[in-house]
Design a protein around this ligand. Structure first.
Ligand code: DP6
Length: 426
């Protein structure tokens, strides 16, 4: 019976994948089905010690249907983007096997079970769909023994997911071909290239209820589907938003054709030279132009809030006080701010944020992630930079840095699915 059970245990693979934050933004598709962008983009992959998705994919002849669990809750596996990723990985596996029936290879006809979890609260703006699809594709590829370049497959899940297939600094080149075979992610530099670079994610208080799983066993909506926000009007998601922008914004057209090609070359140079001043200024300008294209969309889309504008103004006052660019902000299609800084600036700027947005509760930690030293602020700095504090507006700060791409999890005790193919209660 023991031998029987062993033989029947599902084949399983577990991977982790990172979040990325774009410094030259992707906004707009030229092909909505294949997810082909109107411009190239460039991002920084964030470290998985702070932000990661873990996904287990399992296959067994005993499974009677495909199933998917996100953060412990069963979701619709028929989601077209999940299906596109599954189809493409299987296609690569079939190609690899060259049509020959390899008895040792895992059958492509078996049903699969997938479980995926984030180590961070599901939230608009933490780019969790990128980590989610990068992780799904990595785990499926491992399960089927596919070793090809997979950013093209991850792109079918979510455009920005292709950039989460590499660590460090990553370019998604738009490509020219209509079939998308040249619309790929490429690593510009590894995470070790710029050891002093740090990232602060300012997680803002906002639509209550979506930031935390609230101790309910993590049973909240996950990245593969847009988060459900109850009780309040949901801002337009990036997929729908960018399509309206493509259809209506002349600024976006100009941006894609003229501005981004120039900026991409500049940004690559700033990264290569580790020029924080240049990198930071261009990241801020590109975030601002992305949000300008949202305002230029008709009807307009607003992702920046009053709080975002407070944070933007604070960063500019801080840089002006120091006489050069020491911090740089960037915002995606959600209210959280992402700040880039060099390591020697972090403690002081975190203190500035703490003074500007005094934590409302003393219960949970205001600063999370990598340790942050203490800093005493000069009177001049406080007077010049900290104007009208907004208590409680920033919920916490996550301190992180650039990190590596998807990882294989070797330890079988870390699988999210048990030998019965069902999510492990943890
Ligand atoms: C503002 O990759 O989420 O974060 O391809 O439709 O899934 P889909 O969109 P998505 O868009 C990300 C937009 C952005 C900018 C960026 O990450 O480059």
């Amino acid at each position: 019976a023991a031998a029987m059970a062993a033989e029947r245990a599902p084949a399983m693979a577990t991977c982790t994948a990172p979040v990325n934050i774009a410094v030259i933004k992707y906004w707009g598709k030229r092909d909505t089905d294949l997810i082909l962008p109107i411009n190239s983009s460039l991002s920084v992959t964030l470290h998985q010690d702070q932000l990661k998705t873990t996904t287990t994919a399992a296959a067994s002849r005993d499974f009677t249907e495909d199933r998917l669990w996100l953060n412990g809750k069963e979701e619709d596996v028929g989601h077209p983007r999940v299906q596109a990723c599954l189809r493409e990985v299987r296609r690569l596996a079939r190609k690899r096997r060259g049509g020959s029936e390899d008895a040792a290879a895992l059958s492509l006809s078996y049903k699969i079970h997938i479980a995926s979890e984030n180590n961070f609260p599901t939230a608009a703006g933490l780019a969790s769909s990128a980590a989610g699809y990068a992780c799904l594709v990595s785990a499926l590829a491992r399960l089927y023994g596919v070793e090809e370049e997979l950013s093209e497959v991850a792109r079918r899940g979510s455009g920005s997911a292709c950039r989460s297939m590499f660590g460090g600094f990553v370019q998604w080149q738009r490509g020219e071909r209509p079939d998308g075979t040249d619309s790929l992610a490429l690593q510009v530099a590894p995470e070790t290239h710029w050891p002093e670079l740090r990232v602060l994610v300012l997680v803002v208080r906002g639509r209550e209820g979506i930031w935390d799983s609230g101790g309910s066993g993590g049973a909240v909506s996950h990245c593969l589907c847009p988060p459900q926000v109850s009780g309040e009007k949901k801002p337009v998601g990036s997929t729908a938003g960018m399509q309206t922008s493509v259809e209506t914004s002349p600024l976006l057209k100009h941006r894609a054709e003229v501005v981004v090609p120039e900026r991409l070359a500049q940004m690559m140079r700033h990264i290569r030279e580790r020029d924080f001043e240049g990198f930071g200024q261009l990241a801020m300008r590109d975030s601002n132009q992305f949000h300008a294209t949202c305002l230029d969309t008709f009807p307009p889309i607003f992702y920046l809030t009053d709080l975002s504008r407070h944070i933007i103004a604070l960063a500019h006052r801080y840089n002006a006080h120091h006489g050069h660019t020491k911090v740089a902000y960037t915002f995606d299609a959600g209210p959280n701010a992402v700040i880039f800084a060099l390591a020697d600036t972090v403690a002081e700027f975190v203190e500035v944020v703490r003074r500007s947005f005094p934590p409302a509760t003393n219960g949970d930690q205001f600063v999370r992630g990598l340790p942050v030293g203490s800093a005493a602020l000069s009177q001049e700095l406080v007077a010049a930079v900290v104007t009208e504090p907004l208590p409680g507006a920033v919920r916490y700060i996550l301190h992180t840095k650039p990190g590596p791409g998807p990882q294989l999890v070797d330890d079988p005790s870390q699988h999210l699915l048990g030998a019965d193919g069902l999510p492990r209660s943890r």
